[in-house]
Design a protein around this ligand. Structure first.
Ligand code: HEC
Length: 440
């Protein structure tokens, strides 16, 4: 394995907390207003979400923390996470309130926290305003190990002066919650999420976020159905077609913040590429390929993973596979340092609570197909190393251990003259690859 990668791994082991913290996403009646400039402020509000029903007491000696950030130009930006002094919390009739009119900590003036909702107000000076255009805003609030995320993707204004995310409808809140219940592995069945998403898009055909998540959910289902994406079943064709039609609906809806989230055209390109391959349509495949490459060009840190979608399909000697190896060998080593400032993207701090483990399994698969057995074994071992202490699903950990053993034999099958005997990527046709990063 390359020297910079080894150094990076050592630094990683030292910096990543051993057990991935769990989070709950708050969706019900969420709304936010962000105003920029020297008088800038943030007002964030969530209603009586199911996840708020047993709030932890934030008064002393508990530790509560807040971070208000946004995804701008493909990076998480904003103030660092701040610990709120516990003596500024008091009990109210139905919860707790934090007050500091001076905003001494990160400009946070008030926080109301209880079963009826969560409200956070912050203002400059002290608060660094969220400034549009952004892909989304991400708010993190925790009391000890009880952690909440609130994400805002849908905007009525998204410019330099102000970013406004109007109150989400109940239908889109339910759809978003159902999508993440499935991705996080809390709910095994994905039909419920599709139904909730369909309800959101039929109620509001301009709900770009719900169309996009429909496309992603269909892609997830496709990957679970098809061990070999070069030879797709009828059911798989139906699924990937449904994915691309949802993505095609999402792409032109520029109001939703979709236009300023560079990940969206990359994900859409991956679905379009796979649909082109499944149906043998070379122009569709080419369009998807171009979207995937453009996305990686715009942003290598997150979207650099998008062209890995070629890997289960492309031959190890093909130009598409050369793109993958170029990203792995030449591009990623230049980004390692930035990773430490972007733990939601690179580590396990965002919506992919086992991102590192899933990433190293994927790297292992990529090296295996390239015939680089030593690199593959080392990547799988790294996944095992993290997974042993992070609360990763035992069956995924077991699979990673098995891949360490099987890497040489699997590499040989890719290298022989018979592409039909190529082993499946992890875990296509099974749990799906999404689950390795996104399941709790
Ligand atoms: C190698 C690990 C990995 C794999 C595999 C993976 N993801 Fe992700 N995904 C991530 C990371 C990291 C993020 C960024 C986390 C964040 O935004 O907090 C992310 C972000 C996302 C988002 C956007 C989050 C948002 O709401 O802003 C969606 C949707 C998503 N992934 C769905 C999927 C689906 C569906 C699959 C499978 C087809 C998949 N992911 C495969 C790691 C992965």
């Amino acid at each position: 394995m390359h020297a910079p990668l080894t150094a990076f791994l050592v630094a990683l082991f030292l910096s990543v907390p051993s057990v991935a913290s769990c989070f709950a996403l708050l969706e019900v009646d969420k709304e936010a207003t962000f105003v920029s400039g020297p008088e800038g402020y943030a007002r964030i509000r969530v209603g009586a979400d199911r996840a708020l029903q047993a709030p932890r007491d934030p008064r002393c000696p508990a530790v509560s923390r807040v971070r208000i950030s946004s995804y701008r130009d493909s990076r998480f930006v904003g103030d660092a996470e701040a610990a709120l002094p516990c003596e500024s919390w008091t009990k109210t009739a139905r919860g707790f309130v934090y007050r500091d009119s001076s905003g001494a900590v990160a400009g946070i003036r008030t926080v109301r926290f209880g079963p009826d909702g969560l409200q956070i107000e912050a203002a400059a000076p002290g608060h660094t305003p969220v400034t549009g255009p952004i892909g989304f805003a991400h708010v993190r609030f925790s009391v000890d190990d009880q952690q909440f995320f609130v994400r805002f993707h849908t905007f009525s204004r998204n410019g330099a002066a102000a970013v406004v995310s109007p109150r989400a409808s109940r239908a889109s809140a339910a759809a978003e919650a159902a999508f993440w219940d499935t991705m996080l592995g809390d709910v095994a069945d994905s039909d419920g999420a599709l139904t909730a998403l369909a309800r959101a898009t039929s109620r509001n055909p301009y709900d770009g976020r719900a169309h996009f998540l429909t496309g992603m959910m269909r892609l997830y289902r496709f990957e679970r159905m098809e061990p070999d994406q070069r030879r797709v079943s009828l059911a798989g064709k139906r699924e990937i077609l449904a994915s691309t039609s949802a993505m095609e609906r999402a792409l032109p809806l520029r109001l939703g913040g979709l236009a300023d989230d560079s990940r969206v055209p990359g994900f859409a390109g991956a679905a379009i590429y796979k649909k082109g391959v499944a149906f043998g349509e070379s122009r569709t495949t080419e369009r998807g390929r171009r979207m995937m490459e453009d996305a990686a060009e715009v942003d290598a840190l997150f979207n650099g993973f998008i062209p890995f979608g070629f890997a289960p399909i492309a031959a190890p000697t093909s130009p598409d596979y050369a793109t993958i190896l170029h990203l792995l060998d030449d591009v990623f080593p230049t980004l390692f340092e930035e990773c430490f400032m972007q733990p939601e993207i690179c580590f396990n701090e965002g919506l992919a609570p086992h991102n590192l483990e899933g990433t190293f399994v994927l790297f292992g698969d990529l090296y295996t197909k390239a015939g680089r057995v030593e690199d593959a074994v080392s990547a799988y071992e790294t996944a095992v190393g993290f997974g042993e202490s992070s609360g990763w699903k035992p069956e995924f950990l077991e699979r990673a251990r098995q891949l360490v053993q099987e890497a040489p034999a699997r590499a040989a099958l890719y290298q022989d003259d018979d592409p039909a005997n190529d082993p499946a990527f992890t875990d296509l046709g099974g749990a799906g690859n999404c689950a390795y990063c996104h399941n709790r």
